[in-house]
Design a protein around this ligand. Sequence first.
Ligand SMILES: [Zn+2]
Length: 309
Amino acid sequence: MQVFYATQFVLPLPPGHRFPMAKYQLLRDRLAAERPEIRLQQAEPASDGELALAHSPAYIKAISDGSISPQAMREIGFPWSEAMADRARRSVGATIAACRAALRDGVAANIAGGTHHACADKGGGFCVFNDAAVAARLLQAEWGRSRARPLQVAVIDLDVHQGNGTARIFRADPTVFTLSMHGQKNFPFRKEASDLDVDLPDGCRDDEYLQALEQALAELERRFEPALVVYLAGADPHEGDRLGRLKLSWDGLEARDRRVFDWAFQRRIPLAFAMAGGYGVRIEDTVQVQLNTFRVAAQYWQRWQNQPR
Ligand SMILES: [Zn+2]
Protein backbone atom coordinates (compact mmCIF):
# COMPACT_ATOMS: atom_id res chain seq x y z
CA MET A 1 0.00 0.00 0.00
CA GLN A 2 1.40 3.35 -0.99
CA VAL A 3 1.71 5.91 1.80
CA PHE A 4 3.03 9.42 1.29
CA TYR A 5 4.75 11.60 3.85
CA ALA A 6 6.32 14.98 4.36
CA THR A 7 7.68 14.24 7.82
CA GLN A 8 11.24 15.29 7.03
CA PHE A 9 9.89 18.82 6.76
CA VAL A 10 9.25 19.58 10.39
CA LEU A 11 7.35 22.67 11.23
CA PRO A 12 9.41 24.80 13.64
CA LEU A 13 7.23 25.49 16.67
CA PRO A 14 8.08 27.41 19.84
CA PRO A 15 8.65 25.28 22.97
CA GLY A 16 5.40 24.31 24.66
CA HIS A 17 3.27 24.82 21.52
CA ARG A 18 0.18 22.64 21.84
CA PHE A 19 0.32 21.12 18.35
CA PRO A 20 1.78 17.57 18.61
CA MET A 21 4.14 17.84 15.62
CA ALA A 22 6.12 14.78 16.73
CA LYS A 23 3.20 12.44 15.99
CA TYR A 24 3.94 12.33 12.25
CA GLN A 25 7.51 11.12 12.67
CA LEU A 26 6.45 8.64 15.37
CA LEU A 27 3.77 7.27 13.07
CA ARG A 28 6.14 7.02 10.13
CA ASP A 29 8.77 5.22 12.24
CA ARG A 30 6.28 2.70 13.52
CA LEU A 31 4.79 2.09 10.06
CA ALA A 32 8.30 1.49 8.71
CA ALA A 33 9.10 -0.93 11.55
CA GLU A 34 5.81 -2.81 11.82
CA ARG A 35 4.01 -2.83 8.48
CA PRO A 36 6.12 -4.34 5.71
CA GLU A 37 3.19 -4.22 3.27
CA ILE A 38 3.37 -0.41 3.32
CA ARG A 39 5.58 1.45 0.84
CA LEU A 40 6.54 4.85 2.25
CA GLN A 41 7.26 7.58 -0.27
CA GLN A 42 8.15 11.22 0.01
CA ALA A 43 5.55 13.60 -1.37
CA GLU A 44 6.20 16.36 -3.88
CA PRO A 45 5.01 19.84 -2.96
CA ALA A 46 1.77 21.07 -4.55
CA SER A 47 2.38 23.85 -7.07
CA ASP A 48 0.76 27.31 -7.05
CA GLY A 49 -1.48 26.20 -9.92
CA GLU A 50 -2.64 23.11 -8.04
CA LEU A 51 -3.31 25.05 -4.84
CA ALA A 52 -5.28 27.61 -6.88
CA LEU A 53 -7.87 24.93 -7.67
CA ALA A 54 -9.18 25.50 -4.13
CA HIS A 55 -7.43 28.65 -2.86
CA SER A 56 -7.25 32.27 -3.93
CA PRO A 57 -3.98 33.35 -5.57
CA ALA A 58 -3.66 36.18 -3.03
CA TYR A 59 -3.81 33.75 -0.10
CA ILE A 60 -1.32 31.34 -1.71
CA LYS A 61 1.09 34.23 -2.29
CA ALA A 62 0.70 35.60 1.23
CA ILE A 63 1.45 32.19 2.79
CA SER A 64 4.36 31.58 0.42
CA ASP A 65 6.20 34.91 0.82
CA GLY A 66 5.29 35.60 4.44
CA SER A 67 3.25 38.71 3.72
CA ILE A 68 0.25 37.16 5.47
CA SER A 69 -1.05 39.24 8.37
CA PRO A 70 -0.16 38.27 11.96
CA GLN A 71 -3.88 38.04 12.71
CA ALA A 72 -4.42 35.52 9.89
CA MET A 73 -1.48 33.47 11.21
CA ARG A 74 -2.94 33.60 14.72
CA GLU A 75 -6.12 32.02 13.37
CA ILE A 76 -4.04 29.24 11.84
CA GLY A 77 -2.19 28.84 15.13
CA PHE A 78 1.37 28.44 13.81
CA PRO A 79 4.12 31.06 13.54
CA TRP A 80 4.96 31.84 9.89
CA SER A 81 8.19 30.46 8.51
CA GLU A 82 9.41 29.35 5.12
CA ALA A 83 9.49 25.78 6.43
CA MET A 84 5.85 26.10 7.51
CA ALA A 85 4.83 27.20 4.01
CA ASP A 86 6.85 24.42 2.38
CA ARG A 87 5.49 21.77 4.68
CA ALA A 88 1.90 22.88 4.02
CA ARG A 89 2.48 22.44 0.28
CA ARG A 90 4.02 19.01 0.75
CA SER A 91 1.15 17.87 2.90
CA VAL A 92 -1.25 18.77 0.08
CA GLY A 93 1.07 17.01 -2.36
CA ALA A 94 0.90 13.86 -0.24
CA THR A 95 -2.91 13.77 -0.41
CA ILE A 96 -2.81 14.36 -4.17
CA ALA A 97 -0.38 11.45 -4.54
CA ALA A 98 -2.53 9.28 -2.27
CA CYS A 99 -5.63 9.99 -4.38
CA ARG A 100 -3.82 9.08 -7.59
CA ALA A 101 -2.50 5.88 -5.99
CA ALA A 102 -5.96 5.02 -4.67
CA LEU A 103 -7.41 5.24 -8.19
CA ARG A 104 -4.79 2.69 -9.25
CA ASP A 105 -4.63 0.42 -6.20
CA GLY A 106 -7.90 0.89 -4.33
CA VAL A 107 -6.48 2.27 -1.06
CA ALA A 108 -3.64 4.71 -0.31
CA ALA A 109 -2.79 7.29 2.35
CA ASN A 110 -1.14 10.47 3.49
CA ILE A 111 0.62 10.34 6.88
CA ALA A 112 -0.38 13.99 7.42
CA GLY A 113 -3.14 16.12 5.86
CA GLY A 114 -6.82 16.31 6.60
CA THR A 115 -6.45 20.08 7.04
CA HIS A 116 -10.16 20.68 6.75
CA HIS A 117 -10.47 24.07 8.48
CA ALA A 118 -8.71 25.86 5.59
CA CYS A 119 -11.01 27.85 3.29
CA ALA A 120 -10.27 29.37 -0.13
CA ASP A 121 -8.78 32.58 1.25
CA LYS A 122 -7.79 31.79 4.83
CA GLY A 123 -6.59 29.08 7.15
CA GLY A 124 -7.59 28.20 10.69
CA GLY A 125 -7.25 25.63 13.48
CA PHE A 126 -3.75 24.36 12.50
CA CYS A 127 -4.78 24.17 8.82
CA VAL A 128 -3.02 26.18 6.11
CA PHE A 129 -4.19 24.66 2.81
CA ASN A 130 -7.13 22.27 2.36
CA ASP A 131 -5.46 19.12 1.02
CA ALA A 132 -8.68 17.18 0.37
CA ALA A 133 -10.20 20.09 -1.56
CA VAL A 134 -7.14 20.66 -3.75
CA ALA A 135 -6.75 16.92 -4.39
CA ALA A 136 -10.44 16.45 -5.26
CA ARG A 137 -10.36 19.30 -7.77
CA LEU A 138 -7.05 18.20 -9.30
CA LEU A 139 -8.13 14.59 -9.67
CA GLN A 140 -11.33 15.80 -11.30
CA ALA A 141 -9.26 17.81 -13.80
CA GLU A 142 -7.01 14.82 -14.50
CA TRP A 143 -10.05 12.58 -14.91
CA GLY A 144 -10.83 14.61 -17.98
CA ARG A 145 -13.85 16.29 -19.42
CA SER A 146 -14.15 13.78 -22.24
CA ARG A 147 -15.70 11.21 -19.92
CA ALA A 148 -19.44 10.87 -19.72
CA ARG A 149 -19.52 12.33 -16.22
CA PRO A 150 -17.11 14.19 -13.96
CA LEU A 151 -15.23 12.35 -11.20
CA GLN A 152 -17.59 12.51 -8.24
CA VAL A 153 -15.75 12.73 -4.94
CA ALA A 154 -17.12 12.11 -1.45
CA VAL A 155 -15.18 13.59 1.47
CA ILE A 156 -15.98 11.49 4.54
CA ASP A 157 -14.70 13.59 7.41
CA LEU A 158 -14.70 11.74 10.74
CA ASP A 159 -12.33 14.07 12.53
CA VAL A 160 -14.08 15.25 15.70
CA HIS A 161 -14.09 18.86 14.47
CA GLN A 162 -16.37 20.01 11.66
CA GLY A 163 -14.84 20.19 8.19
CA ASN A 164 -15.95 23.79 7.84
CA GLY A 165 -13.35 24.79 5.24
CA THR A 166 -14.17 21.82 3.01
CA ALA A 167 -17.90 22.50 3.36
CA ARG A 168 -17.44 26.11 2.34
CA ILE A 169 -15.19 25.38 -0.63
CA PHE A 170 -17.67 22.84 -2.06
CA ARG A 171 -20.96 24.36 -0.92
CA ALA A 172 -22.10 25.10 -4.49
CA ASP A 173 -20.35 22.15 -6.14
CA PRO A 174 -22.62 19.17 -6.86
CA THR A 175 -19.66 16.99 -7.91
CA VAL A 176 -18.17 16.82 -4.39
CA PHE A 177 -20.21 15.51 -1.46
CA THR A 178 -19.06 16.67 1.97
CA LEU A 179 -19.99 14.52 4.97
CA SER A 180 -18.84 15.67 8.39
CA MET A 181 -19.47 13.87 11.70
CA HIS A 182 -18.32 16.04 14.57
CA GLY A 183 -18.83 17.18 18.13
CA GLN A 184 -21.67 19.66 18.17
CA LYS A 185 -20.11 21.78 20.91
CA ASN A 186 -16.55 21.57 19.62
CA PHE A 187 -14.48 23.92 17.42
CA PRO A 188 -15.34 25.53 14.98
CA PHE A 189 -18.08 27.24 16.96
CA ARG A 190 -19.62 28.73 13.84
CA LYS A 191 -20.28 25.74 11.60
CA GLU A 192 -20.66 25.79 7.83
CA ALA A 193 -23.25 23.68 6.02
CA SER A 194 -21.77 20.46 4.62
CA ASP A 195 -23.87 18.33 2.28
CA LEU A 196 -24.44 16.16 5.33
CA ASP A 197 -23.61 17.19 8.90
CA VAL A 198 -23.94 14.85 11.85
CA ASP A 199 -23.72 16.65 15.20
CA LEU A 200 -22.63 14.45 18.08
CA PRO A 201 -23.16 15.22 21.78
CA ASP A 202 -20.29 15.52 24.25
CA GLY A 203 -19.39 12.14 25.72
CA CYS A 204 -20.74 10.22 22.69
CA ARG A 205 -19.80 6.51 22.97
CA ASP A 206 -19.15 3.69 20.51
CA ASP A 207 -22.70 2.44 19.95
CA GLU A 208 -24.25 5.83 19.39
CA TYR A 209 -21.37 6.85 17.13
CA LEU A 210 -21.43 3.73 14.99
CA GLN A 211 -25.18 3.94 14.60
CA ALA A 212 -24.88 7.56 13.45
CA LEU A 213 -22.14 6.55 11.00
CA GLU A 214 -24.35 3.80 9.58
CA GLN A 215 -27.17 6.25 8.97
CA ALA A 216 -24.82 8.82 7.47
CA LEU A 217 -23.34 6.33 4.99
CA ALA A 218 -26.83 5.22 4.00
CA GLU A 219 -27.87 8.80 3.36
CA LEU A 220 -24.69 9.52 1.42
CA GLU A 221 -25.47 6.54 -0.77
CA ARG A 222 -29.04 7.68 -1.36
CA ARG A 223 -27.94 11.13 -2.46
CA PHE A 224 -24.61 10.65 -4.25
CA GLU A 225 -22.58 8.21 -6.31
CA PRO A 226 -18.87 8.73 -5.57
CA ALA A 227 -16.08 7.36 -7.77
CA LEU A 228 -13.46 8.37 -5.18
CA VAL A 229 -13.62 8.70 -1.39
CA VAL A 230 -11.30 10.95 0.59
CA TYR A 231 -11.50 9.79 4.21
CA LEU A 232 -10.33 12.01 7.05
CA ALA A 233 -9.56 9.45 9.75
CA GLY A 234 -9.12 11.84 12.68
CA ALA A 235 -7.85 10.24 15.88
CA ASP A 236 -9.47 12.91 18.03
CA PRO A 237 -12.84 11.18 18.71
CA HIS A 238 -10.80 8.86 21.01
CA GLU A 239 -11.60 9.01 24.72
CA GLY A 240 -7.95 9.79 25.48
CA ASP A 241 -7.97 12.96 23.39
CA ARG A 242 -7.47 16.34 25.06
CA LEU A 243 -9.71 18.24 22.63
CA GLY A 244 -12.18 15.66 21.35
CA ARG A 245 -14.89 15.62 24.06
CA LEU A 246 -16.16 12.23 22.75
CA LYS A 247 -15.67 8.83 24.40
CA LEU A 248 -14.82 6.41 21.61
CA SER A 249 -12.83 3.37 22.72
CA TRP A 250 -10.00 1.70 20.79
CA ASP A 251 -12.46 -0.90 19.55
CA GLY A 252 -15.00 1.76 18.62
CA LEU A 253 -12.50 3.65 16.49
CA GLU A 254 -11.34 0.48 14.81
CA ALA A 255 -14.96 -0.43 14.05
CA ARG A 256 -15.41 3.07 12.61
CA ASP A 257 -12.43 2.65 10.29
CA ARG A 258 -13.42 -0.86 9.30
CA ARG A 259 -16.94 0.31 8.44
CA VAL A 260 -15.68 3.10 6.18
CA PHE A 261 -13.11 0.93 4.39
CA ASP A 262 -15.62 -1.88 4.03
CA TRP A 263 -18.36 0.43 2.76
CA ALA A 264 -16.04 1.76 0.03
CA PHE A 265 -14.64 -1.68 -0.83
CA GLN A 266 -18.06 -3.33 -1.15
CA ARG A 267 -18.94 -0.66 -3.73
CA ARG A 268 -15.47 -0.81 -5.33
CA ILE A 269 -14.89 2.87 -4.67
CA PRO A 270 -11.19 3.78 -4.40
CA LEU A 271 -10.37 5.46 -1.09
CA ALA A 272 -7.52 7.77 -0.07
CA PHE A 273 -7.19 8.69 3.57
CA ALA A 274 -5.44 11.38 5.58
CA MET A 275 -4.70 11.64 9.29
CA ALA A 276 -6.46 14.86 10.32
CA GLY A 277 -6.46 15.66 14.05
CA GLY A 278 -5.28 13.84 17.14
CA TYR A 279 -4.32 15.47 20.43
CA GLY A 280 -3.98 12.59 22.83
CA VAL A 281 -3.14 13.24 26.47
CA ARG A 282 -0.49 10.64 25.59
CA ILE A 283 0.87 11.25 22.08
CA GLU A 284 1.52 7.48 21.83
CA ASP A 285 -2.23 6.91 22.02
CA THR A 286 -2.88 9.20 19.07
CA VAL A 287 -0.19 7.39 17.09
CA GLN A 288 -1.70 4.03 18.08
CA VAL A 289 -5.18 5.06 16.90
CA GLN A 290 -3.68 6.04 13.56
CA LEU A 291 -1.60 2.88 13.31
CA ASN A 292 -4.78 0.89 13.82
CA THR A 293 -6.32 2.77 10.89
CA PHE A 294 -3.35 1.77 8.71
CA ARG A 295 -3.62 -1.88 9.81
CA VAL A 296 -7.28 -2.01 8.76
CA ALA A 297 -6.56 -0.05 5.57
CA ALA A 298 -3.82 -2.48 4.55
CA GLN A 299 -6.28 -5.38 4.85
CA TYR A 300 -8.62 -3.67 2.42
CA TRP A 301 -5.75 -2.72 0.13
CA GLN A 302 -4.85 -6.43 0.07
CA ARG A 303 -8.42 -7.33 -0.85
CA TRP A 304 -8.24 -4.87 -3.77
CA GLN A 305 -5.04 -6.53 -4.99
CA ASN A 306 -6.75 -9.92 -4.94
CA GLN A 307 -9.51 -8.63 -7.22
CA PRO A 308 -9.57 -9.74 -10.84
CA ARG A 309 -8.68 -6.63 -12.88
ZN1 LIG B 1 -9.88 17.58 14.74
